[in-house]
Design a protein around this ligand. Sequence first.
Ligand code: NOJ
Length: 536
Amino acid sequence: MTELIHDHHAGTATAWWRDAVIYQVYVRSFADGNGDGVGDLLGIRGKLDYLAELGVDALWLTPFYTSPMADFGYDVADYRDVDPIFGTLADARGLLDDAHAHGLRVIVDVVPNHTSDRHTWFRQALAAEPGSPERERYIFREGAGENGELPPNDWESIFGGPAWTRLPDGQWYLHLFAPEQPDLNWENPEVHAEFASILKFWLDLGVDGFRIDVAHGMVKAAGLPDVGHPDQVKMIGSEVVPFFDQDGVHEIHRAWRRLLDSYPGERIGVAEAWAPTPERLAGYVRPDELHQAFNFHFLTTPWDAERFRAVIEESVLTAGLVGAPTTWVLSNHDVKRHVTRYGGGELGLRRARAAALLMLALPGSVYIYQGEELGLPEVLDLPEEFLRDPQRLRNPEDGRDGCRVPIPWAVSGPDFGFGFPGSQDSWLPMPGSWGELSVEAQLDDPDSTLGLYRTALAVRREREELGDGSLTWLKSPEGTLAFGRGAFVCTVNLTGAPVDLPAPGRVLLASDPPAFDGETVRLAPDSTVWWERDDD
Ligand code: NOJ
């Protein structure tokens, strides 16, 4: 194992990230090590065997830094320390070492668009005069209207309401998210220097890279021009807005790439970037910028063969233009779990299993959100008093609590193994039926969703055709997809009815088993099959 760690940071690592399967740990809800009802770093350390055996290559940990938790950690008060609810800096070191010893790389979140309102800098800014250097670290402006009583422009917060809050002295500050998340001023060199130092801090500690929160947001259009109409949140990811995806942001990513490259071991940057088109998104992964960007265009694709084919083709093409690998993602801590998005119940699960095999067969790197390997659905009926997501408070239809419910580890017992005897109740209550979906219930069953993920990840690891590379579309009936990668073939039936086709070869793995009739195979509704061609 020492060998492995040594090698791992010796500068000889290949471009591991081009086809890595990266598992997202939402720290708060993964595993509780100290019994306070909230997941923590100690909890993750106790589950590394599970993760290594699942067969993923790396972990992405959501923010565990000191935070008042107005946005559950995406409001950072101290970027160089661990929040006591999640553990200590020593726990972070221990987790990195243990993960590396398990052959798992670790990516951590960095939140550069905004700080917490409790960050020392913001406190200093509040205490200082308008026009002071302290205020220059954030975006303070005089208001519009006769007495400055109106916000400086018409920008809306992503969480709802105006993106500006007024202080008693009359000035307004910008927050693209909650008022507790003031936006930093990236025109200020001090901000650049501070973040370079924060990145170094974690790189020196041994992290393998960063997931960059709101990587498209740090630079705002000069003069902060109005958008011109309301409902701006709906425009994000499909239209140009003056607070996102401005060209100037790429300079920051170039500087960060140089910093990452100055460390051995292929440390990476992953952009959480919402860009209007796949072409604009590809801008974030040019050879001198970040390594990967999340593919939200794939995540938001409805269950439809044509639509999936279009988004896959476009993603592969545009990433290919800049030489970057494509990434694929179906769920994360900000969206409804895909079992539910695809229709919920048995239908949703069937489609989710099929989608998993589709995603894992595509060229590039894959992100798995904790619990999707168990087929967890969104929890839709959380009691009102538990709902605390800031987005939901302003936008009741759009709450993110339901995808953040803790993971069931055991069939029975306190909080199905998320808790233990004597521990406090989990911070979000777990549905009574979740024991059936637990790791314990599925681990030894190859037909379970966990079994499917484990086998799929093992096959993906073994077969050279999978991971990085290209695909060739094959002719297939309407409502289905078929593509080959060398001797490997993947067929997906996205219709609700069985579909017949000439059998492409021998079945390697199926989300639902197909039926054979001589040379013809009948694909089950909403199913994916992995094949090995016999004619190749
Ligand atoms: C994206 C994160 O994934 C989300 O959880 C957070 O609320 C916003 N960025 C703001 O930091």
